[in-house]
Write a protein that binds this ligand. Structure first.
Ligand code: NAP
Length: 327
């Protein structure tokens, strides 16, 4: 698989696989299949995997650790701290918590569950307005000096927070939502990353499934699925947002590509320091998504997308979640 370089010389496969959708439930019914999928992804040349303490909590890191431990020297594992999760019970209060002692405890837990002596890329999951970014970056700097962490990342941080953290410990990557239907980072975030030499790992590059064209107004989600509370997935929004699917399906037809591949190829074409982070639980979808690396959008395709000015209906997160982003 082709490689890309994020900030601070962090070289990874050009696409990354997120494990968030695996084993969030405590029962982990599909655990063996998910372990197999992660290992197959490594066989296919992918070497960059994403998890978080908060996914589960804990079950997701445990599964990623089990899947990748035998292949540890071939992969880079990213995980995240930043929620107020009790390290013993796994109870998540739902608040953010980046107090230095809490970060250190969280990292010890992640190392244990991931069955590793180092985390390649450690992200702060959300900015904690009560803890100065300099303090957060200072703790990560210590963890890097101790060899427990290799690179530092932030997620959904605002430009000021990025600058403050970066001044103390250079940031390798920002992991934030960016895709054909979430383009706000273009205003301030992308120029800031470019200026500071920080890479971008866009999460939900497939619009949580919508940009694959396989979700329509009749699609229903499991009661535990977060998309039930995302305004953009309300029936009238799905109906209105189909215009974007029609556009990328049309462009895809010209390349023999699916809408999912166009959505990923568009991100890859934006900048060389972008490594899209998709999620799937199915091997055939993994193969389809990786096929995006062979799709090269032309200048005309890109201009058609720019010129379409399709207005997206509905917010990307429920109101409560929106308060935690861009701080
Ligand atoms: N930092 C953060 O705050 C944050 C937030 C959200 C996500 N993330 C990370 O980003 C990763 C990806 O995010 P995401 O799962 O929201 O985004 P996504 O990749 O945009 O969408 C994943 C969804 O699309 C479906 N899908 C994937 N490929 C498909 C295909 N070819 N055809 C049809 N459906 C397809 C998946 O279903 P199946 O699984 O059934 O295939 C899943 O429901 C997560 O795993 C996580 O690691 C981080």
């Amino acid at each position: 698989m082709q490689k890309r370089t994020l900030g601070q010389g962090l070289e990874v496969s050009a696409l990354s696989l997120g494990a968030m959708g695996y084993g969030k439930a405590r029962e982990l019914p599909d655990r063996d299949d998910m372990i197999k999928l992660l290992r197959t992804a490594v066989e296919r040349g992918m070497d960059f995997f994403d998890t978080a303490e908060a996914y589960g909590p804990f079950t997701n890191e445990v599964m990623v650790g089990e899947a990748l431990q035998p292949l540890r020297d071939q992969v880079k594992i990213a995980t995240k701290f930043g929620w107020d999760i009790d390290p013993d019970t796994g109870v998540n209060s739902g608040a953010v918590n980046s107090k230095p002692d809490h970060i250190r405890r969280a990292v010890e837990g992640s190392l244990r569950r991931l069955k590793t002596d180092h985390i390649d890329l450690l992200y702060q999951h959300r900015v904690d307005p009560d803890v100065p970014m300099e303090d957060v970056a200072g703790v990560v700097k210590d963890l890097i000096a101790q060899g427990k962490v290799r690179w530092f990342g932030l997620s959904e941080a605002g430009a000021k927070s990025i600058r403050r953290a970066h001044a103390v410990q250079p940031v390798a990557a920002l992991q934030s939502e960016y895709s054909l239907w979430t383009r706000e980072p273009e205003n301030e975030i992308l120029p800031t990353l470019e200026e500071l030499g920080i890479g971008l790992v866009p999460f939900s590059p497939l619009g949580k499934g919508f940009l694959t064209g396989k979700i329509d107004v009749g699609t229903s989600f499991d009661t535990s699925d977060m998309r039930n509370s995302v305004p953009r997935f309300a029936p009238e929004a799905r109906e209105a947002n189909r215009k974007l699917i029609e556009l990328i399906a049309r462009i895809g037809d010209r390349h023999g590509a699916t809408p999912a591949q166009v959505a990923l190829a568009w991100l890859l074409a934006r900048k060389p320091g972008i490594v899209p982070l998709f999620g799937t639980r199915k091997l055939e979808r993994f193969e389809e998504n990786v096929g995006a690396l062979k799709v090269h959008l032309t200048q005309d395709d890109l201009e058609e997308i720019e010129g379409s000015s399709i207005e997206i209906k509905g917010a990307r997160y429920p109101e409560e979640h929106m308060k935690r982003v861009g701080i």
